[in-house]
Design a protein around this ligand. Structure first.
Ligand SMILES: [Fe+2]
Ligand SMILES: [Fe+2]
Length: 389
């Protein structure tokens, strides 16, 4: 039986890691590949703002999902204290006494291999395999492997891999700039964004793709219009354009769900709907949309609360809440009596515009014989106090 051992910090695991794992299985004809996220790697200190061991373990499982023969192992992750490769190798040898073991490592690791604790033991138990990404690198690695063979009689192998020009540290940097998703599997990227690991922020193309896939197609122009309007209002009134975009893109993400599904989402995210909300999917969608933004897309509190109050408004609204409320109300695809005035006011006096929007929406509700929602009545009273009416 041939078993590969592929350890690393996987901080985060990117497509280069996945590609290496696939190549190792095929080049070495492995029966099993154990992928082993390190808990505390002895040879390097983890960068600041690294993901926790739990998160790295989960991400590695997601990244390697579907890789033939691969299995993500928790043997280092579960071990207390520093984790050394020699301990892992001996543990695996204990589990598979007659297996051929292949220890896989990248260029930087192979170059410093003789500094590893008990490297003689590791060489005795395993064939040392190095991933080689391109020609220049291959020559250095070949020379190093030759040296190990000559000096210690160690068995070695090269595993050629495709060039994936990314390192985990470069990836972390990209993630904080709304970039880098092309180097991760979608599962890993979604996991990182939901928790905003590495100070990540979602790529807006990805966020739109996800949000639009949750909508009925006919609603997409409205959400696009809302984003456009929210950005203009954010620029005009000095609000964060990025927050306005995130809130606008996601504000209706649960709109198409029926009442049962809305209530299921409330339960899932631990939200207790009030009596009116329990009967109205329209009222609930702003709450479940906000909760989805928080737990699935990792949005900050300001964005979450702008989505939460986009349907009813509320007393003492923040600037972003007003912007999202108005953007939703007056985006370019909307058309009804009185809207022209709101559109004009929105760029002259934001509070007056919000007051007009509340008034129009309460009038509309009353005309349709529906009791106005108390939060909107309260919101109107509050904005009138602010204006000094
Ligand atoms: Fe909505
Ligand atoms: Fe909307």
């Amino acid at each position: 039986m041939k078993i590969g051992i592929y350890g690393g910090t996987f901080n985060p695991p990117h497509i280069g890691h996945r590609n290496s794992a696939e190549r190792a299985v095929s080049v070495l004809n492995l029966d099993k590949l154990l992928i082993i996220p390190a808990k505390i790697p002895p040879h390097k200190r983890l960068a600041e703002n690294s993901a926790s061991p739990d998160d790295r373990f989960e991400m590695t499982k997601l990244a390697m999902k579907g890789v033939n023969k691969a299995q993500v192992s928790d043997i280092e992750y579960k071990r207390d204290g520093n984790s050394y490769t020699v301990d892992t190798v001996c543990q695996i040898r204990g589990m598979y006494p007659s297996a051929k073991l292949y220890l896989l490592m990248g260029t930087d690791m192979i170059m410093g291999f003789e500094r590893w604790r008990d490297f003689h033991v590791i060489m005795k138990e395993c064939t040392i395999c190095a991933f080689a990404r391109h020609n220049g690198e291959s020559r250095d690695i070949e020379a190093k492997l030759k040296e190990l063979e000559t000096d210690y009689g160690c068995k070695t192998k090269i595993v050629p891999t495709d060039i994936v020009d990314i390192s985990s540290s470069e990836e972390r940097e990209l993630l904080s700039q709304r970039k880098g998703r092309e180097y991760l599997t979608d599962d890993v990227y979604s996991f990182i964004i939901a928790r905003r690991l590495y100070d990540s922020k979602p790529d807006f193309y990805w966020l739109r793709e996800k949000a639009y896939s949750m909508l009925k197609p006919k609603r997409i122009p409205h959400v696009r219009g809302c984003e456009k309007e929210a950005v203009c209002l954010a620029v005009r009134w000095g609000e964060s354009v990025d927050n306005a975009r995130e809130a606008a893109i996601l504000h209706d993400c649960t709109k198409k769900e029926n009442l049962d599904e809305q209530l299921r989402l409330c339960k899932k995210f631990g939200y207790m709907p009030d009596e009116d909300e329990r009967k109205s999917p329209n009222l609930l969608h702003s709450k479940t949309g906000a909760l989805t933004a928080k737990y699935i897309f990792g949005c900050c509190d300001a964005v979450v609360s702008a989505i939460m109050w986009h349907t009813t408004g509320r007393a003492n609204m923040t600037l972003l809440e007003k912007i999202i409320y108005l953007a939703d109300f007056m985006e370019p695809t909307r058309s009804f009596d009185g809207l022209a005035e709101v559109r004009k006011l929105a760029y002259e006096n934001l509070d007056l515009a919000v007051e007009r929007a509340f008034s129009l929406s309460l009038e509309d509700v009353e005309n349709r014989g529906i009791t106005p929602h108390k939060t909107t009545v309260e919101a109107l009273r509050s904005i009138r106090e602010t204006i000094g009416d």
